[in-house]
Design a protein around this ligand. Structure first.
Ligand SMILES: [Mg+2]
Length: 218
């Protein structure tokens, strides 16, 4: 039997990448002529909606976006050893994979995500839909949902307001995590159906039948 689909964002959900991403992306923006994106708050604001649309709205053209992302992905590949998963996320993903078809839907480069998962021995992610698969999370989520028809609920686990909004637009149910880039209030204002306080809480919400076993309460 096919496992039900479960979609997750990568940065801020699986990997604790805020400092490295923000500093390398702001530096890349400076280099390509986008000095208006300079601080952590500037970068965070881009994730209030679709990351690429926000960049366009901030005045970036396609060539600048491509070059800024290329430079950032290069830094992330080099800095891979400094990137860590959030505590307990690898274990929760391994447990979830027993009962769910896990797909990471991200604005980051797919190979950066694949390398990270491999390096940290994170098993269970069936697919990665990265930037090369499209810039719209709405379109990527819609395409995935069409492959798994008839589910009562399609969770999308994210850490930014943009994730919550794109998930809603696609018809999925957004779940915000409290350990990511945007805080609870920002996630709830953008339409989060639930907020997971911890990775164990995430497991309890999206797969209660697996959680009892994992948490030793079964
Ligand atoms: Mg994120």
């Amino acid at each position: 039997m096919t496992r039900p689909l479960l979609m997750l964002d990568h940065d801020g959900v699986v990997v604790d990448s805020f400092e490295i991403f923000t500093s390398s992306f702001a530096e890349a923006c400076r280099r390509v002529g986008l000095p208006q994106i300079a601080t952590g708050d500037d970068v965070l604001a881009l994730f209030d909606g679709n990351f690429y649309e926000s960049l366009r709205a901030a005045g970036a053209d396609d060539a600048q976006i491509r070059e800024a992302m290329r430079r950032t992905a290069d830094v992330l590949r080099i800095a891979m050893s400094a990137l860590r998963p959030f505590p307990l996320m690898p274990e929760v993903l391994a447990e979830l994979a027993d009962g769910r078809y896990l797909v990471i839907v991200t604005s980051n480069a797919g190979d950066v995500v694949e390398r990270f998962l491999k390096r940290h021995g994170i098993a269970g992610v069936a697919e990665v839909a990265g930037a090369e698969a499209g810039r719209s999370k709405v379109a990527k989520v819609e395409a995935l949902m069409a492959r798994f028809p008839g589910q009562a609920i399609y969770w999308f686990v994210g850490d930014t307001a943009g994730d919550m909004r794109e998930a809603r637009l696609a018809g999925a149910t957004p779940l915000g995590v409290a350990w990511g880039w945007h805080d609870r209030e920002r996630l709830e204002a953008a339409g989060a159906e639930r907020i997971a306080e911890t990775p164990a809480d995430l497991l309890t919400i999206v797969a209660p039948e697996l959680a009892a076993d994992f948490l030793g309460t079964g």
